[in-house]
Ligand binder design. Structure first.
Ligand code: URP
Ligand code: ZN
Ligand code: ZN
Length: 461
């Protein structure tokens, strides 16, 4: 069994910060202590750096078939890019095709990932057709396949959306087996109406994407799903929340003692809707759903992280290259929805969040790793630095500066949503299950290293 010793680390977890050495045997953390007198096959000096748990991005879409094309990162390029930025685990979405079974979707996503993923991965199941034939699949998905989170879309009518009746019945079924429903909250009917209205007026440019998906449609759907979960006492996680109006619905729910898990994504904290109003087709780079919002929404989201109202920060990584985005050059509603992000979530949250005093170091670790691990049943194997946990460790140099660019990033996408951004704090080394995966900008492990993570529950307190 190989061994690794990390010396002089400043260990940061979601609860602690202290100086120690970390000794790793095989894939697991074996000992944590001061001045460990132990010989290892490999020693890394982490002086001057933070050592944090490997990041967990609970919301990615690798090789997603969507809007007539596929997202441009597959499990190899996407998980490798994640590792460069300190994300060691992703939770991707296996998406059921309407009229087909969830089992088929799962088999298909396993095919995409197996032998290809460089980093570790788990799956949520996106349920797009819930009926008497697919209902019995839930038990097996949880108990045999380790899928404990089931996503529903309240938008994308005709492709992914299900109705409230299907949602209630899915929630009941999922709860029986210790799982949780997670939700894309936008009112799909109102969105479709606004899109049709804009198209009828000949409005073509990317800015009509945001104008067809105002905050109120997200707030309405968030409030509705929160109420639906409340009436049946079901756990609930809302993905990619973007705005103050939706957060207010969560805040309201806390007054009746309801707990709702909330995810936002790094782009909603850092970018705003002004990008849609640029000249030409530039705004297409940021066409995603829900869209970017206003500056006041960014402030509300940062505050909500601090107030424990937002629990996780993911990316909704769903990149499309510019020639794919150009499918919507004459019709904003045909621009594939999604943007790249998996590589830079950790560094951006450190640089813009911790160094700009918006969140503490511990909160940074919590929202990027520990909380997603706990919510989705990966803790304590993942999401912390503790004896017996997987040795998924990130050595972060807090002083090193660098500039983000499509020219240098590792994601398979020909633009960066953060082109030219100067970031302070760089991932120097990423360790995945005791093996050095990335060191000084070089990938040292290959496709197929990533393992599937089976889970037992989701949404537990
Ligand atoms: O624009 C987005 N978010 N694309 C990916 C699909 C989804 O809604 O999560
Ligand atoms: Zn979504
Ligand atoms: Zn998504």
């Amino acid at each position: 069994m190989s061994s690794l010793l990390i010396k002089n680390a400043t260990v940061v977890t979601s609860a602690d910060q202290y100086s120690a050495d970390i000794y790793v045997e095989g894939e697991k953390i074996h000992t944590i202590g001061k001045n460990l007198a132990v010989k290892a096959d490999k020693t890394i000096d982490a002086s001057g750096c933070y050592v944090i748990p490997g990041g967990i991005d609970a919301h990615t879409h690798m090789e997603l078939p969507f809007m007539g094309t596929h997202s441009s990162d597959d499990f190899e390029t996407g998980t490798r890019a994640g590792l460069f930025g300190g994300t060691t685990t992703i939770i991707d979405f296996a998406i059921q095709t309407q009229g087909k079974s969830m089992g088929e979707a799962l088999a298909h996503w396993h095919e995409k990932a197996k032998g290809k993923a460089v980093g570790d991965y788990a799956f949520h199941m996106a349920v797009t057709d819930f009926n008497e034939n697919t209902r019995p699949e839930v038990k097996d998905l949880v108990q045999k396949h380790g899928i404990t989170s089931f996503k529903i879309f309240m938008a994308y009518k005709g492709a992914l959306m299900i109705d409230d009746r299907q949602t209630i019945e899915l929630m009941e079924e999922v709860k029986k087996y210790g799982g949780m429903v997670i939700t894309h909250a936008e009112n799909g009917d109102v969105v479709d109406h606004l899109i049709a209205e804009n198209r009828a007026k000949g409005n073509k440019e990317p800015k009509y994407h945001v104008l067809s998906r105002p905050a109120v449609v997200e707030a309405e759907a968030s409030g509705r799903i929160i109420d639906i979960a409340h009436q049946g006492k079901h756990p609930l996680y809302i993905v990619h929340m973007t705005c103050e109006e939706a957060l207010d619905r969560v805040r309201e729910a806390t007054k009746r003692n309801q707990k709702v898990f909330v995810e936002t994504c790094v782009q909603y904290l850092l970018l705003d809707e002004s990008v849609y109003f640029q000249e030409g087709f530039e705004g297409a780079k940021y066409v995603m759903s829900p869209p970017l919002r206003k500056k006041k929404d960014q402030d509300a989201l940062w505050a909500a992280i601090d107030q424990n109202l937002v629990h996780t920060v993911a990316t909704d990584h769903c990149p499309f290259c510019m020639d794919q985005k150009r499918m919507g050059i004459d019709d904003f509603s045909r621009i594939p929805n999604g943007a790249p992000g998996v590589e830079h979530r950790m560094e951006l949250m450190f640089s813009e969040g911790v160094l700009k005093d918006k969140i503490s170091l511990q909160k940074f670790v919590d929202v990027t790793s520990t909380a997603p691990a706990k919510i989705f049943g990966l803790f304590p194997r993942k999401g912390t630095i503790a004896v017996g946990s997987d040795a998924d460790l990130v050595i972060l140099d807090p002083k090193q500066t660098h500039t983000l660019s499509a020219k240098t990033h590792n994601m398979n996408c020909d633009y960066s949503a953060y082109e030219g951004w100067k970031v302070t704090g760089k991932v120097k080394t990423t360790i995945l299950r005791g093996t050095v995966a990335i060191d000084q900008g070089k990938a040292l492990i290959n496709k197929g290293f990533g393992q599937y993570l089976s889970r037992e529950s989701s949404g537990k307190k």
